[in-house]
Design a protein around this ligand. Structure first.
Ligand code: SF4
Length: 268
């Protein structure tokens, strides 16, 4: 086991230093090497920077030379031995704060249907891994552990929320519809956060064969190894095939189908 510190007093100093989100951010920022205080000042509030650096130095985690900061040997070992938990990566629902919609950043035509729009936005604070716990709040939703993203479907509208706070809404008729959907999601999420408890697992939605088939490209190209899309839909329903085998779905024109199917297969 990694020797963290020499005495209980030093342990206290390290614990105190690492109990603060800004200081954890600085330590992680230094993982790649030297940084100037100016660079660190760009990622954290400058106003208390000297204070935070002093605490990290007193705990023996960093070395400070003029305007240059680096991890000490002890700091490097500390970082290696302790997998850092970003506060935004917490899965403790009771620690979550209400979300706010920052702005609508980008409005573009949908790839799948040029008469509809896809809109980018942001929510703050970033939900991190708490996103996973939000999945049961929505009847049609699918959480991806790999991407740390949550896809939520309401009618034709598909919203993807990422752990980073980025939000993408597709298939909306106009900006107002996107705003309404964002407000709807915000109020559902904030209501759950106010309760302070993770939502109970939801009942599985029933998916039928035709619904799956309807969203496949229906070109019967055979690239999935099946005779056609209908056979592939049967295999999907029987959980004998993975959606990724239908490679045409990766083409831009099927982007919307792909998102729908990603949600649907989750309920098989
Ligand atoms: S690869 Fe996709 S489009 Fe081609 S037959 Fe299979 S399911 Fe249909």
């Amino acid at each position: 086991m990694l020797k963290m510190t020499e005495s209980p007093n030093e342990t206290k100093l390290v614990n105190f230093a690492m109990a603060n989100g800004t200081r954890r951010k600085i330590i992680n920022f230094l993982a790649d090497g030297y940084r100037s205080t100016g660079e660190i000042g760009e990622i954290v509030e400058k106003v208390a920077l000297d204070f935070h650096l002093k605490i990290l130095k007193d705990a023996g985690l960093i070395e400070l030379e003029e305007e240059t900061v680096k991890l000490s040997e002890y700091g490097k070992n500390f970082l290696k031995g302790k997998k850092e938990t970003n506060p935004e990566e917490t899965t403790d629902f009771s620690q979550s704060k209400p979300i706010e919609i920052v702005s609508i950043r980008q409005v573009l035509p949908c790839i799948a249907d040029a008469s509809r729009l896809r809109i980018s936005s942001n929510i703050t604070p970033p939900p991190g891994r708490v996103l996973k716990l939000l999945e049961p709040l929505f009847q049609r939703s699918s959480y991806s552990d790999r991407k740390n993203s949550l896809i939520i479907q309401k009618g034709e509208i598909i919203t993807t929320i990422y752990g980073s706070g980025k939000v993408s809404i597709r298939m909306v008729k106009n900006e107002n519809e996107a705003k309404e959907e964002l407000e709807r999601l915000k109020s559902i999420i904030n209501e759950a956060i106010a309760k302070g408890e993770a939502p109970a697992p939801r009942e599985k939605v029933k998916v039928n064969l035709m619904e799956i088939y309807k969203h496949l490209p229906q070109t019967n190209c055979g690239r999935c190894g099946e005779q056609g899309c209908y056979s592939f839909a049967i295999k999907l329903m029987a959980r004998q095939a993975a959606l990724e085998l239908c490679t045409p779905l990766k083409e831009p024109e099927y982007a919307n189908n792909q998102e729908h199917l990603e949600v649907l297969v989750n309920y098989i």
